[in-house]
Design a binder for this molecule. Sequence first.
Ligand code: G
Ligand code: G
Ligand code: MN
Length: 536
Amino acid sequence: MPRPLPNQRFAFARAGRVGALALTALVPLLLCVALCYYESARIVRREATIASTFIVSQVSSIIDEAHDAAQQFVLHVDDACDVLMPNLSLTAAVVPYVRTIDVIDEDHVSCSSVRLNQGMPWGAPANGMPQTPSGSWMMLADSTPMTPGRAALLVGVRASDGRSVVASVDGRYLLDLMRAAAPVGMFRRVELDFEGYPPLSDTRDGSSSDTSPMLADVRKTTASGAFDLRIYGLRAHRRAALLGLLANYLPWAAVLSALLVWLVRRLQQSRRSRRERLLRGIRMNEFYVEYQPLYGVASGRCEGAEALMRWKCRGVGIVRPDVFIAAAEDEEVIVPLTQHLLKLIARDVARMKLKPGFHLGINFAPDHLSSPRMMDDIHALREALGPDGPQIVVEVTERSLIRNTDQAQRNLEQVRKEGAEVAIDDFGTGYCSLSYLERFPFDLLKIDRGFVLTIDSEERRAVVLDSIIDLAHSLGARLVAEGVETQTQYDYLCGRGVAYIQGFIYARPMGVDAFCQWYEATGDKRFAPRESKPRA
Ligand code: G
Ligand code: G
Ligand code: MN
């Protein structure tokens, strides 16, 4: 896949930054809404559970009282009604919730707590009711002979000879209880269901559709049978609970979200400002070049130099090159920075009076090497240097070859075709894959200072260094030894056919003025190695 161009990459990066900010802002808000939504459902369900628990326990104790009241008369159904009735009346008056107590014989009232009811037809035969094993039963009637036009709960107990004692509870009590425990604004419908009968239901909002969720469904078994209580939710109440929670918590989530956005933004800015500092450094001309001479072992004189970039950042001071070059690579400004460096080099070289064939090493970063613009930049440099300019040596690290692209290979081939040279820098410090040595064309290998340091004064063989030297010879490449500081190292390397020595033992990197002076005075002189002196 082709790598996107830098301005395209910049647009991606910008979109990425905006996206990250949007995400940072949204996550706490969405999380808060989701939690409030979940919490409002929980609250509504809890309300329904509390209401249903209360209603069920009250209804079941009403049933038990009615059952106990009826039970008292089971053994007295044979008594004459004149004798029985005052007792029935008294009990019906005293027991809470119970309206009447009647003795039913087959299908008529044989004796009632209410004088008017004596002998009334009772509808269905009471002994046909579905009964519990103990002979108790209950039924919900929407109207009774005793309380016409009004729902009633009848709780009966079987007595001898097909007779029953029935206590009736006014449905109003039950409805009032449901209404009190489950207030109108909270639930849409409360339903008390006695098996086999249409439920006693308290619907509060006829307008809303019947899709309200069931919040509670409790079944209770009593001595007289079982019943169910169901509570259906009211959407408006759920919405109100949600809005209440949001009003409480959303402002905090918004504060958190603002705080996070601020933090992320600061992080982005500090990264951005690193990029801007580099670009400003270019504009303000804060970069300059130092040149470190290379000693040619065969000719015995200076045969080249490596251009090394330096940065004196305003307000910060000298920034180490490994630091700002890594930053420039991260921030994708290494290409403009190197283009700037090439201009500085062209300006400096014009003052240098270099001998023909002088090698000028210039470091190119991986991004630049795999960019199609590299050749244009090199052409521009050569044009600026003129026909008698120095021999350009493109220094690339192993790192940039490993990561490499076809474009890098094409660039290197083109560089050599046009008469410049290619050096592999910091050789031996990269990955241990040597396959790229065959694939990529190069002229020079620069042995990293780390290997030069393995030479010790006892003249023992530096094994890895030796094999690198052998490898370079067999590939037909010339060798540059970097970081040579001692005479021992110098002698060892010269003795093994290293072509160039770069290091403090010969010369340190110098600014353009110092280099011009040095080159005029020393460049042509045969070099007599002494241990490197500390920097003046
Ligand atoms: O000499 P000095 O300590 O500055 O070198 C530090 C590192 O910075 C070396 O690895 C060198 O290759 C790298 N470096 C110096 N100048 C440049 C440059 O212009 N471009 C790139 N890509 N690297 C450079
Ligand atoms: O691009 P390259 O990694 O080749 O850069 C060479 C680096 O090595 C520069 O940072 C330069 O200052 C440094 N250097 C050059 N000669 C010596 C030396 O003799 N000793 C030490 N310690 N560093 C050196
Ligand atoms: Mn280098």
